[in-house]
Design a protein. Structure first.
Length: 323
């Protein structure tokens, strides 16, 4: 088998059937299998999976972990390459898989790759701006990244972030290396933790803009506090990155970000009332970003009792595991 495609699922919704349709419509010379690991779906997800020639494995919700569940799914396949995607990542072309594996083969030292994300039609334009800007920074062609300058890597936080960025919403790894170095059993950012380890071991990764998926969210504003808490908690685990050392720094950071968003909003071809709505949205979302993110980034400084309290009352990942 050339490729094992691994998809963790839980209550995947109506989009998931389109995802599987595109996966099984790929035009490729590579032989592939699809492995779904479901952690307690209560909707039609299992029925959808059974419509397709997938391998289905079911685990209790309490056993789910971003790293260990993907490790488990990978262990059930035999593909030389393992592709990880999520239930809401829709391959955008029928050459997605072919282009992904071709990119992985560009250099024998490449052990992982990630593909571009497109925002879905209807994605709010602040997220659209951020997604497009992120992936434009990696180039317009297949691009290989590795640690060319160890001194710079140790000195520059931005350089470390570029080399460690990896997204298993749309990624590929080489089985022989992944079995030696599987994902860590962590609550968040298992993909970037793995990529950083590979870079530091001297391996390479490839960015493939020709292996696109649609992947974006219009989350409820009320969910962002928890999301940023988990995200920056994970970023500290990877990079020891904190957006602020002290909460008193946050008003200045918040004002600067909201001003930047408002300048962007003013340029959009929308009415005045709509611009005001998005300016208010930016203010509340960035409050969640800076306060929730700082709480997560400072997680390591708290007592065990405080960590448990915050996780129980804020963390989305905690609620997902306990669901």
């Amino acid at each position: 088998m050339d490729v094992s495609i691994v998809i963790p699922t839980k209550n995947a919704g109506s989009l998931f059937e389109k995802v599987l349709d595109m996966i099984f419509s790929q035009k490729t010379i590579y032989e592939y299998e699809v492995i779904c690991v479901d952690s307690g779906s209560k909707d039609q997800t299992l029925e959808v999976i059974k419509k397709y020639p997938c391998k289905l494995y079911q685990i209790p919700a309490s056993e789910f972990g971003h790293g260990k569940t993907r490790n488990y799914g990978a262990s059930k396949g035999t593909g030389t390459y393992i592709v990880f995607i999520t239930q809401d990542a829709l391959p955008a072309t029928d050459t997605w898989l072919q282009n992904f594996i071709d990119a992985m083969k560009k250099d024998p030292e490449v052990v992982g790759g990630f593909g571009i994300h497109y925002p879905y039609p209807g994605c709010n334009f602040i997220d659209k701006r951020d997604i497009e800007g992120l992936f434009q920074g990696f180039g317009s062609d297949n691009t290989i990244f590795y640690m060319e300058d160890k001194e710079r890597y140790e000195r520059e936080e931005g350089y470390r972030h570029v080399l460690a960025f990896f997204s298993d919403n749309n990624s590929c790894v080489r089985r022989d290396v992944f079995e030696q170095h599987p994902y860590d059993d962590v609550n968040f950012a298992e993909d970037q933790i793995w990529a950083r380890k590979m870079i530091e071991l001297g391996y390479k990764k490839v960015y493939c803009p020709f292996a696109p998926v649609y992947h974006s969210h219009n989350f409820k504003l009320s969910t962002y506090f928890a999301r940023y808490y988990d995200e920056y908690k994970g970023l500290y685990e990877i990079h020891q990155y904190m957006m602020a050392q002290h909460f008193r720094q946050l008003p200045r950071l918040w004002v600067r970000q909201v001003r930047g968003d408002c300048a962007y909003i003013r340029q959009q071809p929308i009415g005045k009332k709509t611009k005001i709505k998005w300016a208010i949205y930016s203010a509340f979302r960035n409050f969640d970003r800076f306060v929730g993110g700082t709480l997560g980034g400072k997680y390591h400084t708290y007592s065990e009792a405080k960590q448990k309290f915050l996780d129980k009352h804020i963390s989305q990942q905690y609620r997902q595991r306990k669901a």
